[in-house]
Design a protein around this ligand. Sequence first.
Ligand SMILES: Nc1ncnc2c1ncn2[C@@H]1O[C@H](COP(=O)(O)OP(=O)(O)OP(=O)(O)O)[C@@H](O)[C@H]1O
Ligand SMILES: [Mg+2]
Length: 300
Amino acid sequence: MDMLTVSHVSKSFGENRVVDDLSFSVAEHTIFGFIGQNGAGKTTTMNMILGLLKAESGEIRVNGEAVRFGRTPTNAYIGYLPDVPEFYGFMTPGEYLDLCGKVTGMTRAQRERKSAELLDLVGLGGAHKRIQGFSRGMKQRLGIAQALLSDPLLLICDEPTSALDPLGRKEILDLLLHVKDRTTVVFSTHILSDVERICDEAAFLHRGRLALGGKLQELKSIRQSGGLELEFYSAAEAERFKALFPASGSLTALKLTLKQQTQEETRNVLRMLAARNIPVRRIERLEPELEDLFMEMVRE
Ligand SMILES: Nc1ncnc2c1ncn2[C@@H]1O[C@H](COP(=O)(O)OP(=O)(O)OP(=O)(O)O)[C@@H](O)[C@H]1O
Ligand SMILES: [Mg+2]
């Protein structure tokens, strides 16, 4: 079943159409990456899913129920981590989760049990210091614990890794992967390697429109293969060979990189090397990267 469906949703601020006929769906127990540059419309879309902003047209469903602008009942299914989470710095993480639990009407016993379980889950079980002394990564992890407090069917995180260093990012990604058993995860990012690392599906948003979407494997196979990198023994030989590929080759010192080679094109490269008797030190097939795909789309 689809946990989230966004169908033909549009939103403008004044003259500026920031989400334009956007449609995608997210299957249960998957991790869905919502990719886009600054200003692409990621946060605006998430705000519409949460009923915090009114969609001008189209429909959004969470767990099969239509989202209504305002206090939408569908938010009972959602745990949300905003892009800049705010905490009370004077509290410890346990006190903070306790407060959040109180606000949502959990009993003391439920609060104690959930808070201990979730702090362990996010690796803050032993953290008794005040939140104001937390690193950004610790704050994000606490934010995820808070978002999971009500056992949501859908966890929405707005750029959870953007402000973190590589280690902090890895911790958050591992955590999202870990919670996939208990919930469906949608997170936004502009870091493509994050998506490649943990997502089952992804949607690329460009200027409010869905530029590309689908299963990660399918997205990658859109390009038959990545490029080819050849390393030569001499600059003269490298130059000579590059002249055969004026459009697609880029040369730095002894290395020639050829873009997007189909199998037939690769065979052709090898034939040409042999025919011209140019020795190569190394030939390597480059894996297709989402990054390339994204850059191609954005250029269009
Ligand atoms: N309340 C608002 N009033 C007017 N314009 C807005 C408002 N909120 C967002 N916008 C504009 O809508 C566009 C999309 O913004 P949005 O915050 O959804 O992008 P984003 O993909 O989340 O970007 P970022 O990566 O910077 O968080 C931007 O051009 C932004 O300036
Ligand atoms: Mg945003």
